[in-house]
Design a protein around this ligand. Structure first.
Ligand code: GLC
Ligand code: CA
Length: 531
């Protein structure tokens, strides 16, 4: 396995709209990120994944781009962006751009021209049909919208303001590659490729994910763009299995560095249903899923490790405890994940234990996906109460409320009116986390440090440990003589683990100040070097 900078890196995701506002318009901006780089350097992360800051009408908060070579006015200017890349680099932090190339905004000049006439040179940059077929949008409803000027329907696998690009058109592809090289030339650290598993689609056959053209397209992209740079690439692939992830991330195939797979994330939805259909989590099932990915990508591919992003609810509220054991369960979740093989991602606020933001009615919801689900299901007769409950458990706004920097007005996020309200900053904020030695922040800092210090965390072999107790999840990592044991109690109940079977050399990290014994406290977690 080749050594690469991104294999020992930890990546921090910034959702710029909610990170730090500097001009009082209530929207986070690039100067805001610049002002927080020292904080990120202190945390120890090596790269930022920056959610989209391009020009966009924000139908889907920037995931609908109208100009790939311009910065959205609310975020700043290209000069700010260039400065961010430079200033971050001086602190050993690379900037990974979020790239949305499955679709553009309907305001993109390509689409504006494409929808006017079938003879437009851009018409074929998008996907058109005379009649719609049954394809559905990921946000609900038909994936086809009629345009009278051309008497055709265009495809949009998301909102109708996000028309899908036609990846079968070589001219369109070249235009995208040129744009990607424009960014690579600026010295960025790589790309996060939004819903990349959709670009190989064959709409005629109703194939969207993992289409037959997908891997050829990615190999071409590699050759024409990032293959020439020392960068990281991570694809968002909702439907990936380990076999599919190998295709993307095996080094010799020259496609991507890794993908975001979501198998572990979907475990609390009812089988075969949309993410809104909730069920309880089974920790054993979670452990089996992680172990499967660890083993199947070990040596032939690379894992991404994450609990959170801007599309998912806060992990402490979801699978930990956001009340009494907020910090303890947050540490448990971090310890469980950060000793695995792969590249860990931390979503803004995760390192201080930010939690979900429950709403009482749909009027408080900004997220287009939640709104569409609500409208669709109200028509089908679901009750308001159960829909709000789903949104509070799984809705995307949970992670999008502003970053909590201190306990002053609006958590220090803005002097103006925040675009989404700020959560409870009394207890949860960066200032408090930095001041308390035993805060979650320092657990994350320590986990990042350990990954730098101990090659076994990056390159070691993974081995699952079977336990008698259903809530106890344990594994080993080993490289030559170095062996690490990781044990977590994934519940608020006391339980046991037979630690006597192992000879502990040195405890690396733990979430209670106590001796390690056979008895585990609620959400107790530790990792130790063993003989
Ligand atoms: C990805 C993004 C999500 C967006 C969608 C459409 O899933 O993470 O935020 O809505 O793609 O671009
Ligand atoms: Ca602003």
């Amino acid at each position: 396995m080749k050594n690469k900078w991104w294999k020992s890196a930890v990546i921090y995701q910034i959702y710029p709209r909610s990170f730090q506002d500097t001009n009082g318009d209530g929207i986070g901006d690039i100067p805001g990120i610049l002002s927080r780089l020292d904080y990120l350097e202190n945390l120890g992360i090596n790269a930022i994944w920056l959610s989209p800051v391009y020009e966009s009408p924000n139908d889907d908060n920037g995931y609908d781009i109208s100009d790939y070579r311009k910065i959205g006015a609310e975020y700043g200017t290209m000069a700010d962006m260039d400065l961010l890349i430079k200033e971050a680099r001086q602190r050993g932090i690379r900037v990974i751009m979020d790239l949305v190339i499955n679709h553009t905004s309907d305001r993109h000049p390509w689409f504006q021209s494409a929808k006017k006439s079938v003879t437009s040179p851009y018409h074929d940059y998008y996907v058109w049909r005379k009649e719609p077929n049954g394809l559905e949008s990921n946000f609900g409803g038909s994936a086809w919208t009629y345009v009278p000027e051309v008497n055709q329907y265009y495809l949009h696998l998301h909102s109708k303001k996000q028309p899908d690009l036609n990846w079968q058109n070589p001219k369109m592809r070249q235009a995208i590659y040129d744009m990607m090289n424009f960014w690579l030339e600026k010295g960025i650290g790589g790309f996060r490729l939004d819903v990349i598993d959709l670009i190989g689609k064959q709409p005629e056959q109703s194939i969207t994910k993992n289409g037959p053209l997908l891997h050829d397209l990615l190999q071409e992209m590699y050759q024409k763009t990032f293959g020439h740079y020392d960068v990281v690439t991570v694809g968002e692939t909702w439907g990936a299995t380990p076999k599919i992830a190998q295709l993307y991330s095996k080094e010799e195939r020259k496609e991507l560095s890794m993908v975001f797979q979501f198998e572990h994330i979907n475990l609390d939805k009812q089988n075969g249903k949309r993410k809104w259909d909730l069920k309880d989590l089974d920790p054993q099932e979670l452990h089996r899923t992680f172990s499967k990915w660890q083993i199947e990508l070990g040596g032939c591919g690379w894992n991404s490790l994450f609990w959170n992003n801007h599309d998912l609810p806060r992990i402490i509220s979801r699978w930990g405890d956001d009340q009494e054991y907020r910090t303890i369960s947050g540490k448990m979740l971090a310890i469980y994940l950060h000793f695995m093989q792969g590249t860990p991602y931390i979503y803004q606020g995760e390192e201080i234990g930010m939690i979900n933001y429950p709403v009482k009615s749909i009027d408080e919801v900004d997220d287009i996906e939640s709104q569409r689900m609500y409208a669709e299901r109200i028509k089908k007769g679901y009750s308001k109460e159960e829909l709000i409950q789903s949104i509070n458990s799984k809705g995307r706004d949970n992670a999008r409320h502003p970053m909590q920097w201190n306990n002053h007005k609006n958590g220090g996020f803005t002097e103006g009116t925040p675009w989404l309200p700020v959560g409870n900053t009394e207890e949860i904020n960066v200032e408090a986390a930095l001041a308390a030695q035993d805060s979650l922040f320092y657990t994350y800092q320590k986990l990042i440090e350990l990954r730098k210090e101990l090659p076994v965390i990056v390159y070691g072999k993974y081995q699952v440990i079977e336990t008698e107790e259903p809530n106890v999840l344990a594994y080993l990592r080993s490289l030559k003589k170095q062996k690490i044991l990781v044990v977590v109690n994934f519940s608020d109940q006391k339980t046991t683990f037979p630690i006597g079977k192992y000879r502990v050399k040195q405890v690396l990290i733990q979430n209670y100040k106590k001796k390690i014994t056979n008895n585990l406290l609620p959400y107790e977690a530790f990792s130790a070097l063993i003989y």
